[in-house]
Ligand binder design. Structure first.
Ligand SMILES: Nc1nc2c(ncn2[C@@H]2O[C@H](COP(=O)(O)OP(=O)(O)OP(=O)(O)O)[C@@H](O)[C@H]2O)c(=O)[nH]1
Ligand SMILES: [Mg+2]
Length: 365
């Protein structure tokens, strides 16, 4: 299928074209940037929700519950399951596939697994670009499940406007990650497997940690100068947050819950769920909606979008420059001519690199 055929197929909302477009983007095949560029005007409507947390926390079970809830509301849902630690696509996620079988026959649901093979352009960038394709195709909700709480997972989570961190009562390292700063990324905390002992204790621990980070330990006491209703909806009392877009360094997250409650910041809720029994899903959906309303009312959604677009443009420029340097200038030839001297210890890679950059800059050979 040619790139034009893929685009035409997407225009007609053909599932086969969707699958082709995604592998094109995932594998950085010729024409993928053209496809993304053409789709761009139609992307930006879907809500992207990141679900992250340690292995086995119940993320897929929660995703399954969310998919059902969204479908019941007649929303089309796409799921991207990313496993940065797995070199395989499919195998490691077989369990997810089986669990999601019931929803996967529904044409309003699309499930895609991605592993490190999708990392040619950086896993986070690729995930975001695949989400763009799904967005342009017309999915209303895009759920991105990532395993783990490391840097790659955080980068992936940042591509979603709302991030859910899933922990379980026994995840002692979960709270460690939380203290180490992973919490900055989460907008909603879920303690799943609340049918097991220790869920309430973990909730208190998280709330205290979040409260201390935010500079007030008693976060259950609402600031008395802000009407309750406004705090919930991010309404007029939150006006100061509207200053956000003019900052020279806008926050990476749409709601980097830093600082006191001065601007009516989002206070991440901590929810208990039993995903395997579908308990707490409704509450989670409600918090997701509440967060979206907050992002819109506070102006943070717009600021976040601008920043994502700037980052994307930079990434594409870097990609193009790198390709130009090695394919379109004498850099590679200069390197091979000097490699013997470097290998013999006569010159350093830094010295040679500086010379190559100078020559490329001068446009000489
Ligand atoms: N007791 C209990 N078990 C649960 C709950 N939610 C999920 N499980 C079980 O936990 C196991 C792992 O669930 P998954 O949804 O695959 O977890 P995951 O976080 O997606 O796992 P990975 O993607 O492998 O990291 C499964 O056997 C689920 O049935 C829950 O609320 N309570
Ligand atoms: Mg899973």
């Amino acid at each position: 299928m040619s790139v034009d055929a893929v685009l035409a197929g997407l225009e007609r909302a053909e599932p086969a074209a969707l699958a082709r477009a995604i592998s094109l983007v995932e594998n950085r095949r010729d024409g993928f940037e053209h496809v993304l560029s053409r789709l761009h005007p139609r992307a930006g409507r879907a809500r992207r929700i990141g679900i992250t947390g340690p292995p086995g926390a119940g993320k897929s079970t929660l995703v399954d519950g969310l998919v059902r809830a969204f479908r019941a509301a007649d929303l089309k849902v796409a799921v991207i399951a990313v496993d940065p630690t797995s070199p395989f696509t499919g195998g490691a996620l077989l369990g997810d596939r089986i669990r999601m079988e019931s929803v996967s026959l529904d044409p309003g649901v699309f499930i895609r697994s991605m592993a490190t093979r999708g990392s040619l352009g950086g896993l986070a960038t690729t995930t975001e670009e695949v989400a763009d394709v799904l967005d342009a195709y017309g999915f209303d909700r895009i759920l991105v499940e990532t395993v783990g709480v490391g840097q790659t997972e955080l980068d992936i989570a940042r591509t979603a406007q709302t991030t859910v961190l899933v922990l379980v009562p026994e995840s002692g390292d979960g709270i460690q990650a939380l203290k180490a700063g992973v919490m900055e990324i989460a907008d909603v905390y879920v303690i799943n497997k609340a049918d097991r002992p220790g869920a309430d204790r973990l909730r208190q621990e998280i709330e205290v940690t979040l409260g201390l980070r935010r500079g007030h330990a008693f976060r259950h006491v609402p600031p008395h100068h802000v009407p309750r209703a406004d705090r919930r909806t991010g309404g007029s009392a939150d006006g100061k947050v509207g200053d956000e877009p003019s900052r020279s360094h806008p926050p990476i997250r749409p709601s980097a819950g830093e600082g006191g409650g001065v601007g009516g910041d989002w206070e991440p809720p901590v929810l208990l769920t039993v995903a395997s029994r579908g308990e707490g899903i409704e509450g989670l959906v409600e918090q997701l909606n509440r967060h979206q309303a907050y992002l819109e009312a506070s102006g943070r959604l717009g600021a976040w979008r601008r920043q994502r677009l700037a980052e994307r443009t930079r990434a594409v420029v870097e990609r193009a420059v790198r390709q130009w340097v090695w394919d379109g200038t004498p850099a590679e030839r200069l390197l091979s001519e000097r490699l013997d001297a470097v290998a013999a210890g006569e010159r350093s890679p830094y010295d040679v690199a500086a010379e190559i950059v100078d020559r490329v800059r001068e446009g000489g050979a």
